[in-house]
Structure formats: C-alpha cells, structure tokens
Design a protein around this ligand. Structure first.
Ligand SMILES: O=C(CO)[C@H](O)[C@H](O)COP(=O)(O)O
Length: 267
C-alpha cells in the first residue's frame, strides 16, 4: 500500500467517522476501490461464513480478509467464492473455503457492482460471474456492495454499458433476438459477449464458469419497472439468470473524491 494511501484507510477505520473522512480527490480509481473494500471488511467477524465477490474491487476485500487472518485479527472464517477466479485467489491466500451445499446460510457477502441505482438495485456480471454471485449473495444475511463513485447511476442501464444475461449456448442467437425484442421500446441492442483473441479480434463466445454464454443488453432508455423486466427476462427458457440484483444489497459503500459513504438499505 502506498504511503499516501495508509492515512486514509486509518481515517475510515471507525464506522462513525466514515462520513467525515477527508476528501480522496488525489486517489486513483484503483485506490478508491481498495478503500471501499477495506471498509467493508470491517463488517467481517471471526466465525463468519463470508461470500467472496468477484472483480477488481472485491479482490481487495479477499486480500484484506486473508491479511487479517494471517495477523490473527480474524479467526475461523469460511469463504464461499463466487467464481473460479476468486476461488483461485482465495486458495493462493490460504483462506479456508466451502460452498453453499455445505454452508447454505452465508453471514455476509462482499462484492463489487457495475451499476448501483438510488434504491441500491445493482447491475452485476460484466465480469461474467453473475449466476454464482446471485446464488451466494442471495443466500446471505447481509450483502455489502463496494464501489467507487463511477458506478452510481440514475437508473439501471444508465451507464450506457451492458446489463448482462447468462444464457444457455443452445440457439443463443434465438434467445439474444428475443431479449432485444423484449426491450425494443428502450432502444435495446443485445449482443453475444465474445472473447477477444491474441490478435485483438473477437475469437469465440465468452464462456461463464457454468459453461454458459452471456448476452449483453445495451439500453438507450430506462426499462421501467425492474421487477416486471426481471420476470419477463427469466420467462425465456434459454435464459439462466440476469445481472440485475434487485433488493439484494443491504449496505452500499462508495469511495469517491469527497470521501467514503456507507448507506444502509434499512437505515
Ligand atoms: O459482477 C461482477 C463480476 O461478475 C463484478 O462485481 C462487477 O463486474 C464489478 O467489477 P469491478 O469491481 O472489477 O468493477
């Protein structure tokens, strides 16, 4: 951790002091992600079963948990990784792991998000791990979402980036077309996510940890009632799950140039 970074983490150590933390205007986006992640790990207590998120923000939380385990400040933690990537990171850091079959109730999950709306609804899955994330975070008593301020949007889809949908490979273009048609009024363009080859060109469909594909929905306008949209997406037989996480986050931690804020859904 760089020297300009340490005092800010210290400054956010007391939850009560969070909203009066100093401005973070000189920090990079990566440093802001780390601050949000470290803040979230303050919610972790010894003996907990922890959902370990996926992505460039969540990886800081996983690293911090392992650091506290090594220092003896946390004990008896069991991690439930939300992707093979996080599984590999956690194994390399020596965090004891399990799964939902053995631990169906998760005390707390910590994960990043691609978009967060004012009601704490999320878009997740631009990293492709949305299904396992939704299973594990949906089984969690608490779900703490960690983002830098660039992820805050007025409405779901509002970043102009994709709302991902995991689909079965079988006739995926049929499902892609159905999804595009469903949100035609919102100016939807639905694209099958492709892997980029070493020559920089699209090589083959990107494959999730569950051996499925991802259709990315690019929306020009608000899709309206999110619960209605969710039900409509899930009604297509070729759809496995979508990346809208509605009503799931219990706490949001945002690191931005004006400091760190902690927002509780029920607070
Ligand atoms: O949903 C996810 C992966 O499926 C990630 O949490 C999301 O994409 C945010 O990632 P990052 O912290 O790298 O911006």
């Amino acid at each position: 951790m760089g020297s300009a970074f340490d005092p800010l983490v210290t400054a956010t150590e007391d939850l009560a002091a969070v909203n009066s933390a100093p401005p973070l205007s000189n920090l990079t986006q990566e440093e802001l992600k780390k601050i949000a992640a470290y803040k979230a790990v303050e919610f972790v207590e010894s003996g907990m079963v922890i959902g370990l998120g996926t992505g460039s923000t969540a990886k800081h939380a996983v690293a911090r948990i392992s650091e506290l385990l090594r220092e003896g400040k946390l004990k008896d933690i069991i991690g439930i990784p939300t992707s093979t990537t996080t599984h590999e990171q956690a194994v390399s850091l020596g965090i004891p792991l399990s799964d939902l079959d053995s631990h169906p109730v998760v005390d707390l999950s910590i994960d990043g998000a691609d978009e967060v709306d004012p009601a704490l609804n999320l878009v997740k899955g631009r990293g492709g791990s949305l299904l396992r994330e939704k299973m594990i975070e949906g089984a969690s008593k608490k779900f703490v979402v960690i983002v830098d301020e660039s992820k805050l949007v007025k409405y779901i889809g509002g970043s102009g980036l994709a709302v991902p949908v995991e689909v079965v490979p079988f006739c995926c273009d049929f499902t892609r077309g159905k999804l595009e048609e469903l949100f035609r009024d919102s100016g939807c363009v639905a694209k099958l996510r492709m892997k980029i080859g070493s020559n920089g060109e699209e090589a083959a469909p990107a494959v999730t940890d569950n051996r499925n594909y991802v259709v990315d929905l690019y929306l020009e306008r608000d899709i309206g009632d999110l619960e209605v949209a969710s039900e409509a997406i899930l009604r297509f037989p070729g759809v496995v799950e979508h990346g809208m996480f509605l009503g799931m986050a219990t706490t949001l931690i945002v690191a931005g140039k004006f400091g760190v804020t902690v927002k509780d859904r029920f607070g």
